[in-house]
Write a protein that binds this ligand. Structure first.
Ligand SMILES: CC(C)(COP(=O)(O)OP(=O)(O)OC[C@H]1O[C@@H](n2cnc3c(N)ncnc32)[C@H](O)[C@@H]1OP(=O)(O)O)[C@@H](O)C(=O)NCCC(=O)NCCS
Length: 172
C-alpha cells in the first residue's frame, strides 16, 4: 500500500468507514465535511491508498481551542500569565479496524504533529490536547502525551503534548 494523507474532500468514500467506535464513525460519515467546509470549526485529514484514492482508511480532525492555565500540571505552566492557554485540539483520530495495527495511526498522528508545528510557527499555540479513551491512553503516552490534572475519573482523559517538547524531539 502507498498511503497518502491529505485534506478530506467532498467525494471521499466515508460511508463504509468502520473503526469499531460509533461516535468516531458517525463524525466522519455525517459531520466532518460540513464542519470543515460550511462551519469552519474543524479540518479533517484522511489516509487513503494511492490505488483506491477515495476510500478513507483513517482520519484525524484538528481545531483551535484554549484551556484554563490552572488545568495543567503546575510545572508545565510555571512563568506563564494567568490566561487560558491557546492550543490545538486533536479532536478525532481513528483507523478503520480492517487496517489497524499497520502503522496508519502512527502515520496520521505524525502528520497531525507536523501540521501543528507549522501552525505554531505562525500563531501562538503551546500544545496539542486530546481527550483520549482510557484504553488508548498508553498509545498516546508513547508519543509523550501527559494527562492533564483534575480530569474526571471516568470517561475520556484529557492529555496534552507540549509543542516545544515535540519540536525538540523531532530535531533529534
Ligand atoms: C488507536 C488507533 C488510532 C491506533 O491506530 P493503528 O493504526 O492501529 O496504530 P498503529 O498501527 O500506528 O500502532 C499500533 C501500535 O500501537 C500499539 N497499541 C495498540 N493499542 C494500544 C493501546 N491501547 N495502548 C498502547 N499501545 C497500543 C500496538 O501494539 C502497536 O505497537 P507496535 O507499533 O509496537 O507494534 C486505532 O486503533 C483506532 O482507530 N481505534 C479505534 C478508535 C479509537 O479508539 N480512537 C482513539 C480514540 S482516543
Amino acid at each position: 500500500m502507498a498511503i497518502v494523507i491529505r485534506r478530506l474532500e467532498e467525494r471521499d468514500e466515508v460511508a463504509n468507514f468502520d473503526c469499531g467506535d460509533e461516535p468516531l464513525n458517525n463524525y466522519l460519515r455525517r459531520h466532518a465535511w460540513s464542519n470543515q467546509e460550511k462551519s469552519s470549526i474543524g479540518v479533517s485529514f484522511v489516509a487513503v491508498d494511492e490505488g483506491a484514492p477515495r476510500a478513507v482508511l483513517g482520519y484525524f480532525t484538528l481545531a483551535m481551542a484554549s484551556v484554563p492555565r490552572d488545568s495543567f500540571p503546575k510545572k508545565y505552566v510555571r512563568g506563564l500569565p494567568p490566561y487560558d492557554l491557546p492550543l490545538i485540539l486533536l479532536a478525532r483520530l481513528a483507523v478503520d479496524r480492517r487496517f489497524a495495527g499497520r502503522g496508519l495511526g502512527h502515520a496520521l498522528i505524525s502528520e497531525a504533529f507536523h501540521i501543528s508545528l507549522r501552525a505554531a510557527d505562525e500563531v501562538g499555540c503551546r500544545c496539542i490536547i486530546r481527550d483520549a479513551y482510557r484504553e488508548r491512553m498508553s498509545w498516546y503516552a508513547r508519543y509523550g502525551f501527559v494527562p492533564i490534572e483534575g480530569a474526571a475519573e471516568s470517561g475520556p482523559q484529557r492529555m496534552f503534548l507540549d509543542l516545544r517538547t515535540l519540536r525538540a524531539a523531532l530535531r533529534h
